[in-house]
Design a protein around this ligand. Structure first.
Ligand code: A3P
Length: 289
């Protein structure tokens, strides 16, 4: 069950992808200056990060909404801890949009002192573990594990890159008062995308016209994102990142797909480790439809 050093390294109790970041860089983020206008989407991986990255980009960039600007999502809303495109974060004009998978205690201290805004997206963890399993098998930088049972045990033990799902969500939720934070679930976005976009706009103090709102919602649908080369990550030139044709960031985008991979025994095993703790959290996960 021990993670392989080839793919990940441990720093401050969390696991990170090898080669694309360093412990020193993670440490330097503590003092990374945050602006009031900064917006972060914070997630455990596979919880809807790309979806909310795209929504933020559509809300803030008219040129994205009307299709006049052809900029990849990864450049519009880069990952704080994995600066894959070497974006100049410090001199970037406001409002800066970021994504992060960091545990709450590893993000810049300004953010933990209520500067900037955070949207935390949570997803029912059975769908997360299944999505993550498929993801690991086409992302070159992640260890390929073909046996789902092996992956499940690693996930439950928090021995996967980005660490324990439970620690991630508990940490962010328990320390919510340290942040300007909005909690959303993948499932509520799925059930009512327009309502979720409105919630996001309200939180950000952004007022869109009905027509602009329609455009955001339309462009954030699964089918349209899947087709949008700026948003679906399929044209990432970093072929070292993903094995072409083996899988997609925009895979299925449904609620309850875990049932197609997990056996009843695996689901029960999952429940025996996680369910009690999950019930203590206020999130209304939907497990199937
Ligand atoms: P699946 O693998 O279950 O399909 P992340 O961006 O955090 O890595 O999460 C990826 C998951 O979000 C994938 O789940 C992906 O399909 C889903 N997703 C991305 N955009 C979506 C959208 N517009 N609607 C529904 N699901 C979406």
């Amino acid at each position: 069950i021990e993670p392989s050093n080839k793919y990940m390294f441990k720093h401050k109790g969390a696991y990170f992808v090898q080669d694309i970041t360093t412990a020193e860089y993670i440490d330097s983020l503590e003092d990374f200056e945050i602006r009031d206008s900064d917006v972060f989407v914070a997630t455990f991986p596979k919880s809807g990060t790309v979806w909310v990255q795209n929504i933020l980009s559509l809300i803030y960039h008219e040129g994205h909404r009307d299709g006049t600007e052809n900029i990849d999502l990864m450049d519009r809303v880069p990952w704080l801890e994995y600066n894959l495109r070497n974006v100049d974060y410090v001199n970037r004009p406001s409002p800066r949009l970021f994504a992060t998978h960091l545990l709450h205690n590893l993000v810049p201290s300004d953010l933990r002192n209520r500067t900037g805004k955070v949207i935390y997206v949570a997803r029912n963890p059975k769908d997360v573990v299944v999505s993550y399993f498929h993801f690991s098998n086409f992302i070159v930088k992640l260890e390929t594990i073909s046996d789902f049972n092996v992956f499940l045990e690693k996930f439950l033990a928090g021995k996967v890159v980005w660490s324990s799902w439970l620690d991630h969500i508990e940490g962010w939720f328990t320390h919510r008062d340290d942040f300007n934070i909005l909690f959303l679930t993948f499932e509520e976005m799925k059930k009512d995308l327009r309502g979720a976009v409105l919630k996001i706009c309200k939180f950000l103090g952004k007022q869109l016209t009905e027509k602009e709102l329609d455009t955001v919602v339309e462009n954030a649908s699964f089918d349209n994102m899947k087709r949008d080369v700026r948003a679906n990550y399929e044209n990432i030139p970093e072929t070292s990142l993903q094995e072409q044709g083996k899988g997609y960031f925009l895979r299925k985008g449904t609620i309850g797909d875990w049932k197609n991979t997990m056996t009843v025994a695996q689901s029960e095993r999952f429940d025996s480790v996680f369910k009690g703790k999950i019930q203590e959290l206020p999130f209304k996960f939907i497990w199937d439809i």
